[in-house]
Design a protein around this ligand. Structure first.
Ligand code: KIV
Length: 282
């Protein structure tokens, strides 16, 4: 197994023109699968609110939720860099809160780095967290925690002014010290321009092909979450159908006594059985 990916490897990937591969995971089995697939970065995203906890959005996700799930993912990830996502209001209230909560996610959750949403306005917060010794990944474009203020889960950077603001956000984050940036739901040409505007890797989700890497929510790409499928998601499998078939098959076989068969049952020595029957008088 290759060595643990570090933020230096992530930075180097851009310099060497190697695309970064990133997925989300929320528990040990998916962390392990991502590790075995050889992805570079695993994000314990607050998207867990929707795809694992069944919430409408990410706003209700707590620090405790994130720490709990991050700990599980970390146990499966020996090779990928693990990113802990800072939930809504864990970094928005003050710089002090941001540093404390970033520290908790790392110390109690065990992640390697943290991610938080926001552009220019959050540059001072990011700078302070980085100064405290915690590497930060930025997240701009569509920022799901504040999607309400952005008019919903919509493509961002439609007109020149809005697009320019996203480029400014990327530059401000770079100057604040992020080691990479997630860019979500922007037109593909803008994705390219943002990636060209900064030295740190820009990892796209719905930002077109001309960025430095891609990230997808694993539950979306394997067909485990069907409530809402964004345009930028490609489904590589339909795991939901496979699991549903297994569960209905199990139900049928329990009901008609086809399961468990002899191969799934423990044997008892003949002699012990005969003795037992004698003891209970049957
Ligand atoms: O929470 C998450 O899964 C994310 C991705 C959409 C990048 O932030």
């Amino acid at each position: 197994m290759s060595a643990k990916i570090t933020i230096l490897d992530v930075r180097k990937a851009k310099e060497e023109g190697r695309k970064l591969v990133m997925v989300t995971a929320y528990d040990y089995p998916f962390g392990l699968l991502a590790d075995q697939a050889g992805v570079d970065i695993v994000l314990v995203g607050d998207s867990l609110g929707m795809v694992v906890m069944g919430l409408e959005g990410t706003v209700e996700v707590t620090m405790e939720n994130m720490i709990h799930h991050t700990r599980a993912v970390v146990r499966g990830c020996k090779h990928p860099l693990v990113v802990g996502d800072m939930p809504f209001m864990s970094y928005n209230t003050s710089v002090r809160d941001a540093i404390i909560n970033a520290g908790r996610l790392m110390k109690e959750g065990g992640c390697d780095v943290v991610k938080l949403e926001g552009g220019v306005d959050f540059a001072p917060t990011i700078q302070a967290i980085v100064k405290a010794g915690i590497p930060v990944m930025g997240h701009i474009g569509l920022t799901p925690q504040t999607a309400g203020s952005l008019g919903g889960f919509k493509m961002q950077g439609r007109d020149a002014a809005a697009a320019m603001q996203i480029i400014e956000d990327a530059k401000a984050l770079q100057n604040a010290g992020v080691f990479s940036i997630i860019l979500e739901a922007v037109p593909a040409p803008l994705g390219k321009l943002v990636a060209e505007a900064v030295r740190v890797p820009v990892i796209g989700i719905g930002a077109g092909p001309d960025v430095d890497g891609q990230v997808l929510v694993t539950h979306d790409m394997v067909g485990l979450f069907e409530k809402f499928i964004p345009k930028f998601v490609k489904q590589y499998a339909n795991i939901r159908a496979v699991i549903l078939e297994a569960l209905t098959g199990y139900k049928k076989e329990v009901q008609n006594s086809a399961f468990p068969g002899p191969e799934h049952s423990f044997k008892m020595p003949e002699e012990a059985l005969a003795q037992l029957k004698k003891m209970i008088g049957s």
